[in-house]
Design a protein around this ligand. Sequence first.
Ligand code: NDP
Ligand code: 2IT
Length: 451
Amino acid sequence: MNNIDEKLQPILAKVVQRNAGEPEFHQAVHEVMESLGRVIAKNPDYLEQALIERICEPERQIIFRIPWVDDQGKAQINRGFRVQFNSALGPYKGGLRFHPSVNIGIIKFLGFEQIFKNALTGLPIGGGKGGSDFDPKGKSDGEIMRFCQSLMTELFRHLGEQTDVPAGDIGVGRREIGYLFGQYKRLSNRYEAGVITGKAIAYGGSRARTEATGFGNTYFTKAMLETRKSSFDGKRVVVSGAGNVAIHSIEKVQSFGGKVIACSDSSGYVVDETGIDLPLLQEIKIIRQERISEYARLKGAGAHFVPIGKGSIWDLPCQVAMPSATQNELSGRDARKLVQNGVEAVGEGANMPCTPEAVRVLRKANILFGPGKAANAGGVATSALEMQQNASRDRWSFEQTEERLAQIMQNIHDHCAETADEFGAPGDYVLGANIAGFVRVAEAMRMLGVI
Ligand code: NDP
Ligand code: 2IT
């Protein structure tokens, strides 16, 4: 707790005690609190109004049983979660994650991050997150559909385009969003397109939503590089993951002239010194849904696969690192290696992928570091643009939507940088993002009274 203002220490201690056994949630709260000392020094009434305690306590938490029947006719049970964290700025907004590691602490960390991320977009969306410990790997299409329908049979009563608007996250993409929306529509007897985002274009989705998180992180990282008169052009880049965020980061980095030399999944990583072949990667991961080792096998010369446990992707020399898989995937040791190898910038595509020690190492070495709540906000920002198109029964072109996304990312970058300057820490995007996001939410909460 030594980096935390002494007035905030009892608040953090209480969060830890009231939410026992939820280390990821503690980590996310700790990281935000480290930045808030300077804010409460300027605005002591935030403490009097218990604003920080209130922000750390979800408005509502829903935990439910999800029964479903597998292809063998056997009944299965999973656990569903939705944490409706904060609605000061708009309806709860945030993705659903399907992964066996999901528990209430993980959903709370993600929901907590989402509050500030959504505030940074400048769009009217509150923060929430949900998901299930369901493992989509190896499930048939019919099993996925029945699972999504069962989840929605419980969750639909808590949703609404003015109440709570889910979207995708790990393990939840276009297909799952379709089944979830279909069941919501059936149960509610309403075509409420804005109740969920990440929909296919065929029934009210937004162009560029699929690409938005990876594109957005690339725009954000480019903006950071520009502050040091640098760019992606000719740079060696490492992107972890091989899902939605990673694939579209690779696409945008390549369009800016960067050379992505490695990516990964949970089985290991591939290195391709000739630069990742994006169509081949998409064929393997999206169409065939195979393991990343297939990439090295099919690519042949120049590419090789390193299985999990046999080395870290962050040992590869690169100038830009974009962790885009999952939380705590980049350790303090990894960060030291990146610094030794001359990394210039790290943009967090995933949520909280760098451990607290890694963040400390990167900040101390004065590496450009874009925290997830700012750098990966392009996904949820484009979700809000999807809600806007649904509400006005309109649809925009890809170019128009991407232009809005690019502008939003530049605004987030500038707002974080200006806030860091104002609070005496130029270039510190962690401090800038935490303070800028917090102040927007806290000001709205103050005006709404003690609710
Ligand atoms: P996907 O499910 O599309 O892809 C996830 C990728 O990360 C896969 O390659 C997966 O490998 C890998 N991965 C997941 N969990 C682990 C793990 N425990 N260890 C190692 N690798 C893992 O998810 P997204 O690309 O959508 O999400 C990636 C990250 O980005 C998450 O942190 C998510 O919260 C964040 N994010 C996503 C947004 C979005 O719009 N989708 C918006 C903002 C942030 P494998 O297939 O082997 O499991
Ligand atoms: O972490 C995230 O910001 C997301 N998974 C996207 C949330 C959304 O509502 O689009």
